[in-house]
Design a protein around this ligand. Structure first.
Ligand code: GLU
Length: 260
């Protein structure tokens, strides 16, 4: 299938895209993202947004100098920030006549067959109703051993469970490079990956910013999950979200990991 015919698409956006360096919400980015997704929805596509940012936005609302490091602290600010996040999405999407649905998931629920089934059925009803699911991990209830931990993994699990055509991971770098571009000036962007090798993981490194959780490593892990589920993955930069249109017009944007 060609990209322009992809219908059911999961978008994952990270904290580093949605917040300024001082941790405050970046409304310009929220607005750009919502506008593009509302437009894709209007074009007849089914979109799901997996959004991080609860912890950062919550820490900012509580006027904490930095994100808490304790589990209870993170869970408490996530509880505050998740409300704030949904308030922002609800407000912005409603300007484009779109209805959003908050879906908070746990790893535990995805591993139990009956609960996973409920999740699948809920998504399918939401698509039928025409709502846009906005997904995050249920940060306030999960316990350490049972967390997805990063929304890259969560977005791939969601893409798998709803049989998505495409997973788009929006981040603060153009895509996957053959070596770390922060250390090597001659690093080259890889446009297409068919096989996700150990070598790619070795080059991927850790988290890119101190606001988010994942780095390129967790994005590769997500691409592996998606690939196994038969879902293509694209990693692209959040610097210009209009590039999502170019991507779906079949242009070369970011790095695509082909499922087959
Ligand atoms: N669920 C966390 C949040 O909303 C983010 C996890 C991640 O950064 O991937 O803050």
């Amino acid at each position: 299938m060609e990209l322009k015919n992809y219908n059911r698409i999961v978008f994952k956006v990270g904290t580093s895209t949605l917040t300024h360096e001082n941790g405050k919400p970046n409304f310009k980015k929220f607005e750009e993202l919502v506008r593009v997704l509302a437009d894709l929805k209007n074009s007849g596509r089914e979109v799901v947004l997996v959004s991080s940012g609860a912890i950062a936005v919550g820490a900012d609302s509580m006027k904490l100098p930095q994100r808490p490091t304790s589990i209870a602290g993170k869970q408490a600010v996530a509880a505050v920030g998740q409300c704030e996040l949904m308030f922002i999405y609800d407000k912005l999407f409603s300007e484009y006549n779109q209805v959003v649905a908050q879906v908070l998931m746990t790893k535990d629920s995805m591993e139990k067959h009956s609960e996973r089934n409920n999740v699948v059925n809920t998504f399918s009803k939401l698509f039928q109703y025409g709502a846009i699911p906005v997904v995050n991990e249920n940060d306030t209830v999960v316990i350490d051993e049972l967390v997805f931990g990063d929304n890259d993994t969560l977005s791939a699990v969601v893409a798998d469970c709803i049989d998505a055509d495409l997973l788009v991971i929006i981040t603060d770098i153009d895509g996957l490079y053959d070596k770390n571009p922060a250390e090597h000036a001659d690093a080259k962007l890889i446009h297409e990956v068919n096989e996700i090798t150990e070598e790619l993981f070795k080059n991927a490194g850790g988290s890119g910013s101190n606001r988010g959780t994942g780095g390129m490593y967790t994005k590769l892990q997500a691409a592996v999950i998606a690939q196994k589920a038969g879902v293509d993955t694209v990693i692209l930069s959040g610097a210009n979200l209009r590039k999502i249109y170019d991507l779906l017009d079949g242009e070369q944007v970011g790095t695509i990991f082909r499922a087959n």
